[in-house]
Design a protein around this ligand. Structure first.
Ligand SMILES: Nc1nc2c(ncn2[C@@H]2O[C@H](COP(=O)(O)OP(=O)(O)OP(=O)(O)O)[C@@H](O)[C@H]2O)c(=O)[nH]1
Length: 496
């Protein structure tokens, strides 16, 4: 089961429970059993799942709940919190500081994506103004140095390695020394991987670690590893001081749940996930937005960050202004399609966009969705400027629709489908009218600027009803210290 399916199963279980007229012990148990099954099928370790179930039952004592309490919300919140707890070891990993030299050592089994991830990690930081460097201390796999060299050259990152030296410790020390002298602030050491956990690999890792004294050891794990994740992660942790985890290949058909087990085994947080073979298919991992997305709830803060990343700088103020005016035109939709297509893996952005995620862009069907977007854009190419810049649907008369279909070589039905999609998105975005959208690096401003009125507009109606309308929402926000950002993440704001 891929993670998207896991999310779907959990959401369905919660939804089914919400549909029940009365929520009693039986309904709660059925819901929890459904969630347990989904987690186990996703390769989350049995003990973790069992603990989660026990904890939820402890928190949600139906008998103790006074009448009038919103039981559904409490259960939903408990599930959200428990999933977050599973993924959050409670202490952050070492965070390197720009301008101050840090040595980061990467470990993992062969084929886990370690070498690729080293470059992605370096590239990610380089884009943010760091001075990274790569050291290839993998002398076991022939071709490892060539691979690192190729990746590093493409990304214009300095690298060090040898075709002749067979001692990984020596290469690691020489590389680290050289880049320290060159004032690199992020020295990344790639170590050998083996097919399976074996004594020689661990001994080599220990020696490289002792000689280079890394500030952080990152364990790279393939998300398709399944139930073996826990033991594998633990074995690495016992040999070297693993401080963080990166889970790779989250884009594939992996069961992904192993990520949760790896956190538990290493007591270290997942800091990034790999979402493709390309250099920039790499995402910072944040627990709450991840769980929100897992549960199909959308991720506002991630979306805002992505806007800053995806939309060219010079278009950002204009776009944000238009969106806050609730003025979603076909041209905006067109430009966003353009930006998103340029990004490559559009699934990443779409899963964060309110409204875009499930209908236009079903998870796991990115290719078809990409083709659909291209088709929509071809049809929009046959529109006039007036049509693109207007938010008045009346302009789209039957004869114009027919003309657009002819001009783009598509069926009338397809043009209508595209216009329906536009209307659906415009409706969602119109709810944001008046919302002050923060500038880059001002995410906390989103929390400050978003009051209960705004939130009530973007929350699914059914959920709003369950909370007790705007009044209930206000109370809830007070209880949570008014942090709208967290609330939005938790409640899945925006995804209607
Ligand atoms: N789809 C996908 N493929 C990935 C990802 N990360 C790495 N890969 C691919 O996984 C394969 C193995 O990656 P490597 O980086 O060579 O693996 P490694 O762990 O360094 O292997 P050793 O050096 O032998 O230990 C390559 O084909 C990568 O392109 C990812 O996030 N998604």
């Amino acid at each position: 089961m891929v993670l998207a399916q896991l999310g779907g199963s959990i959401s369905r279980a919660i939804q089914q429970m919400s549909n029940a007229t009365i929520i009693d012990e039986k309904v709660l148990n059925e819901c929890l059993n459904e969630i347990t099954r989904a987690l186990l099928q996703s390769d989350v370790q049995f003990k973790l799942v069992r603990d989660m179930q026990t904890n939820i039952k402890k928190i949600v004592n139906l008998d103790d709940l006074a009448a009038g309490h919103n039981k559904r919300r409490i259960i939903q919140q408990a599930i959200f919190n428990e999933l977050c707890k599973m993924l959050d070891p409670g202490k952050p990993s070492f965070t390197p500081k720009k301008g101050k030299t840090s040595v980061i050592m990467f470990v993992g089994l062969q084929g886990s994506g370690k070498t690729t991830t080293c470059t992605k990690y370096a590239y990610y930081h380089q884009k943010k103004g760091w001075k990274p460097a790569l050291v290839c201390a993998d002398t076991f796999r022939a071709g490892a140095f060539d691979q690192l060299k190729q990746n590093a050259t493409k990304a214009k990152i300095p690298f060090y390695g040898s075709y002749t030296e067979s001692d990984p410790v020596r290469i690691a020390v020489e590389g680290v020394d050289r880049f320290k002298k060159e004032n690199c602030d992020l020295i990344i050491v790639d170590t050998s991987g083996r097919h399976k956990q074996e004594a020689a690999l661990f001994e080599e890792m220990r020696q490289v670690s002792e000689a280079t004294k890394p500030d952080l050891v990152i364990f790279v794990m393939d998300s398709s590893i399944g139930q073996a994740a826990f033991d594998q992660a633990q074995a690495f942790k016992q040999s070297v001081a693993v401080g963080a985890v990166i889970v790779t290949k989250m884009d594939g058909h992996a069961k992904g749940g192993g990520a949760l087990s790896a956190v538990a085994a290493t007591k270290s947080p997942v800091i990034f996930i790999g979402t493709g073979e390309h250099m920039d298919e790499f995402e910072v991992f944040d627990v709450k937005p991840f769980v929100s997305r897992l549960l199909g709830m959308g991720d506002w803060s991630g979306f805002m960050d992505k806007i800053h990343e995806v939309v060219p700088m010079d278009q950002q103020p204009e776009l944000l202004q238009k969106l806050s005016e609730g003025n979603f035109t076909l041209r905006i939709m067109y430009e966003q399609f353009q930006n998103i297509l340029k990004m490559g893996p559009i699934g990443q952005v779409f899963s964060m966009l309110p409204g875009f995620s499930s209908e236009l862009m079903p998870k796991g069907r990115e290719k078809e969705s990409q083709a659909k977007i291209k088709r929509y854009m071809t049809m929009m190419d046959s529109m006039t400027n007036e049509e693109l810049d207007s938010s008045n649907p009346k302009l789209m008369t039957d004869s114009r629709i027919m003309r657009i279909a002819r001009g783009s070589g598509r069926q009338v039905g397809e043009v209508m489908e595209m216009l329906e999609e536009y209307k659906r998105l415009a409706k969602i975005w119109s709810k944001l009218k008046g919302l002050k959208i923060p500038k880059k690096g001002e995410m906390s401003a989103l929390s400050r600027n978003m009051n209960a009125q705004h939130m009530s507009k973007v929350l699914p109606q059914q959920m709003l009803k369950q909370i007790g309308g705007v009044g209930g929402l206000q109370n809830l926000m007070k209880q949570m210290g008014g942090n709208a950002k967290d609330m939005m993440g938790m409640l899945g704001g925006g995804d209607r």
